[in-house]
Each structure stands twice: as structure tokens, then as C-alpha cells.
Design a protein around this ligand. Structure first.
Ligand code: SAM
Length: 471
């Protein structure tokens, strides 16, 4: 039986409920009256249920789809302004005991070199990332209790936070590692992590078991209930995601929203972020081998529908996607992007992008400076801000602020001050010129006179060498 408050995977992600949802969506996809009602509710910015959002995803009336896109863009502006948060992944180890059929790190892959960073190598990678201007990382590792035990991950986090190189610092480490125990989540929390990210890959249990034939990840319930354990362990910012291409996208979309509803119903706080990766080519992986690949158009429609369904949740797009798709997705609701990513173990310290240990092929290969300038040329503010969790604004406190749109009062100035740091320390002269102009223009969009004045003072101080101001 479907029950969003249940702690059992098959009850809060209920197969029958998803099938009924898809049937309901199919039946109503051209019902203008129903669609208008859903859009009206979405305009109140309180989000949509998985059933309502599924109708919008199924809708094929061009004018109504256009309305969804416009609304997604508006909601994005209302909650996130024109800021785009920037991060980079850091691959620690590709040792893995699982058999995920879409991932080149799978245990049976005997050709890929296996690598695990030593703490010295972590340090070198972090310095390379700091030298680009990164302040926020997502650490990634395969699942291997012998090679990558939790103690190894904790050591890496400690190393990452300890490195101060020139004016650089990593101020937020998000963690994308396999499902684990409440005790291990508690230890991650104590290590000062930001968001715990775990992609569901697919919500379809039968497919999930086929796609994960061996290893601990085979256990659908253990994987699907991971976020509940993470929250029990004290992590209140969790990031969901589906690997699109593995299963039917409409099924995944309904499952994803049911997961968000479940977190809200049980823990009082929805997902901090939602990621939307698509399967990509990699070492022994051919994306065409999967039957459910989606077009760019469908991909964009999914993003817009996520944005209107869960308006307060951050949405992440990685360098799996090319510049064109990323641009489109920014309009439709994406609020965080990675830049200059290397998806190989030890890739940031190499001159050329290495391919041997890559987890997936990187489509957007621009430098961070290029990405920052590109965003500013489109009038977005690239933000390196990490203030919220450092000021204790996590979980329900972040959501409450975000839902009341108060987050704008600190995020906007914080974005400008962290951008200023980037311009001072890492930008090319051309990027710096564009950035200075943007900051000048955006100071005027700070509502409170007093805040404006403080920001101006702090920007001056940043020019004189001070760092890490935040509201
Ligand atoms: N091993 C952990 C786990 O099982 O969740 C950590 C995550 S893994 C390093 C990061 C994510 O990359 C996976 O959750 C998966 O969704 C994605 N991924 C794996 N293979 C991929 C591929 N060929 N193309 C795109 N994304 C892929």
C-alpha cells in the first residue's frame, strides 16, 4: 500500500501508485481544465504532488507546455534570483565491489586501472582545484569496504578542509558515496559535510535489481531508504537524483517526486538538491545499450516540471551535458552547475584530461574562468558562496528561509562577495572586467541600504586582501 510516511521503500515508492499516476497523467494530459488548475496551484509556489506534476510532464499541448516553461523560469527567479552556485566533483577512488551495468567502475571491469588517492594526492588535487577558484566540492568514490572504508572518506574530508593554499580554501564538501549506516552518516555529519548526495539511479525495483546485479548496491530497500538513515544520522541536507536513460522517464519522475514527498512527510524537510544526470559514454559503457535514453527536449521538460513541483529545491546539472543543454537548463530551473570537472581519479593534477579512470565522458570541457564568464555574459551571478551551512542554515531552517524568499537577502550579497574573491584571485583580465561591471550593477539590486553599504565596504576589503565575508 502507498504510504508517504512509511519507512519501507516499497511503501513510499509504491509501484502501483506510480502506475496509477502514469495512467491518471495519460488520461488528463490534454484536459485543459485540469492542467489550468494544476498551473494555478503551481503559481502559488507551494509545489505540486507527484500526480499533478506528472500531468504536466505528460501534457502535449504546446501552449500549456510553454506556460510550464515560463513558470519554471519565473519560480527559479523568485527563489534563486540570477545566482548560479558553482562546484566541482573530486574523485577519490574508483575501487568498487558493485556490478552497476551502466558504470565503468563496476567490479567486473578488468581493463580500467584502479586508483585511490593518497592523502598527499588529495592535497595536490585540492590545490589544483583551489587554484582554479573552486570553493565547493562534491567528493565521489566507488563502494569498497576494504579500499574505501568510511575512515578513508573521513580522512579525505579532513585533508580537504585543512588545505589553505594562497587565498584558496574549500569551504563546503558535499559527499556522494554509497548508501551506508546511520552511524557512518553521523560520522560524516561530524566531519562537517554539506549535502549527502545519493542518486537512486532508478526507482523501478525490478529494473534496479537487474541494473545492479551484484554487490551491496543490489539491495533496493537499503539503497532507497538511505536518505532516511542519513537524516537519522543528523544530515539534514540530502540530494536526490535519477540516472535518466535507465528506465522510463515518466516512471522515474513520479518516483523522484514521491521520494521528495516522503522526506517532507517523515522528516519535515524535502531534498536540498535534485540532480538530473543522463547516462553517458564511458570506458566499457555504451549509452545506446540502454533503451530509455531521452532527447534534449524531454530532458528540458523534466527540468521545468521538477522546478514547478519542488520550487525550493536546488537543481544540479553536471558537465555530463554540453554548453547548449546547460544553457537551456539554466533558464528552466537549474541553480547549481559544475565547472571544469575531471571525472578521473587524480585528474586535476594532470595537464591533459586523463581518460583511463574516467567515470563518464565530460561534454562541457571549458575552464572555470570560461564558465564564469559565460554565466556573467548571460547576466547570471556565478556564486562561490558556502555561507548557509556554515551559519547553520541547513535542513528545515534553510527551507523555511527559502520558502519565505528571505534567502535572497543574504544569498545575493554573499554571491557578489564570493564572485569578487574569484575575480581578485583567479579570473583572467577579461573575465575580471565583465565581473566588476556585473557586481557594480547588482549592488543596486540589494534591497536594504544598510546592507548595500556593508557590501561596498567588504568589497573594498577584499581588494585589500581580506577574504571570507558572509551574511
Ligand atoms: N558509488 C557511489 C554510489 O553508488 O552511489 C557514488 C556515486 S558515483 C561515483 C556517481 C554517480 O555517477 C552514480 O550514482 C551514477 O548515477 C553516475 N554514473 C555512473 N555511471 C555513469 C555513466 N556511464 N554516465 C553518467 N553517469 C554515471
Amino acid at each position: 500500500m502507498y504510504n508517504p510516511k512509511s519507512l519501507k521503500a516499497e511503501e513510499f515508492i509504491n509501484h502501483e501508485e506510480i502506475l496509477e499516476t502514469l495512467e491518471y497523467a495519460e488520461k488528463n494530459k490534454n484536459n485543459v481544465e485540469v492542467i489550468d488548475k494544476i498551473l494555478e496551484k503551481a503559481r502559488e509556489l507551494k509545489g505540486l504532488s507527484h500526480r499533478e506534476a506528472s500531468v504536466l510532464l505528460a501534457c502535449e499541448i504546446p501552449e500549456k507546455v510553454e506556460e510550464v516553461y515560463k513558470l519554471a523560469e519565473q519560480i527559479k527567479k523568485d527563489f534563486y534570483g540570477n545566482r548560479i552556485v558553482i562546484f566541482a566533483p573530486l574523485y577519490l577512488s574508483n575501487y568498487c565491489v558493485n556490478g552497476c551495468v551502466y558504470c565503468p567502475y563496476h567490479h567486473q571491469n578488468g581493463t580500467i586501472p584502479r586508483k585511490k588517492l593518497t592523502q598527499e594526492e588529495v592535497k595536490a588535487e585540492v590545490i589544483a582545484l583551489q587554484d582554479m577558484g573552486h570553493k565547493r566540492l562534491a567528493i565521489e568514490a566507488g563502494e569498497d569496504p576494504v579500499n574505501n572504508p568510511i575512515e578513508y572518506i573521513l580522512d579525505c574530508i579532513k585533508t580537504i578542509y585543512s588545505i589553505q593554499h594562497k587565498n584558496g580554501a574549500i569551504r563546503r564538501v558535499n559527499v556522494n558515496i554509497a548508501a551506508t549506516t546511520v552511524e557512518n552518516y553521523r560520522r560524516l555529519k561530524e566531519a562537517g559535510i554539506g549535502t549527502y548526495i545519493l542518486f537512486q539511479e532508478t526507482y523501478h525495483k525490478e529494473s534496479y535489481e537487474k541494473l545492479h546485479p551484484t554487490g551491496p548496491k543490489h539491495n533496493y530497500a537499503y539503497h532507497t531508504e538511505a536518505m532516511d538513515r542519513a537524516m537519522d544520522g543528523g544530515i539534514d541536507d540530502v540530494g536526490l537524483g535519477v540516472l535518466f536513460g535507465l528506465e522510463m522517464y515518466k516512471y522515474e519522475f513520479a518516483g523522484l517526486l514521491m521520494h521528495a514527498e516522503h522526506l517532507e512527510a517523515v522528516h519535515g524537510v524535502g531534498p536540498h538538491t535534485i540532480s538530473v544526470p543522463r547516462v553517458k559514454k564511458a570506458d566499457d559503457i555504451d549509452p545506446d545499450a540502454f533503451d530509455n535514453g531521452i532527447s534534449d527536449e524531454i530532458f528540458e521538460k523534466i527540468a521545468a516540471c521538477i522546478r514547478v513541483a519542488v520550487p525550493y529545491t536546488g537543481m544540479i546539472i553536471s558537465t555530463r551535458e554540453n554548453e547548449k543543454v546547460r544553457k537551456q537548463m539554466l533558464h528552466l530551473g537549474v541553480s547549481q552547475i559544475s565547472g571544469a570537472s575531471r571525472t578521473s581519479v587524480g585528474g586535476y593534477t594532470q595537464e591533459e584530461r586523463p581518460h583511463d579512470t574516467e567515470q563518464f565522458d565530460v561534454s562541457d570541457q571549458r575552464t572555470l574562468d570560461d564558465v564564469v564568464k559565460w554565466l556573467m555574459d548571460m547576466d547570471y551571478i556565478p556564486s562561490f558562496c558556502t555561507a548557509c551551512y556554515r551559519e547553520g542554515r541547513t535542513g528545515d531552517r534553510f527551507m523555511a528561509l527559502c520558502k519565505s524568499k528571505q534567502i535572497q537577502n543574504c544569498c545575493h550579497p554573499n554571491a557578489l562577495m564570493t564572485l569578487k574573491e574569484f575575480l581578485e584571485d583567479y579570473a583572467s583580465p577579461e573575465t575580471k572586467k565583465v565581473g566588476e561591471k556585473l557586481i557594480e550593477k547588482e549592488i543596486d539590486n540589494i534591497g536594504k541600504e544598510k546592507v548595500k553599504q556593508i557590501v561596498r565596504e567588504r568589497l573594498k576589503k577584499i581588494e585589500q586582501g581580506d577574504r571570507d565575508f558572509r551574511f
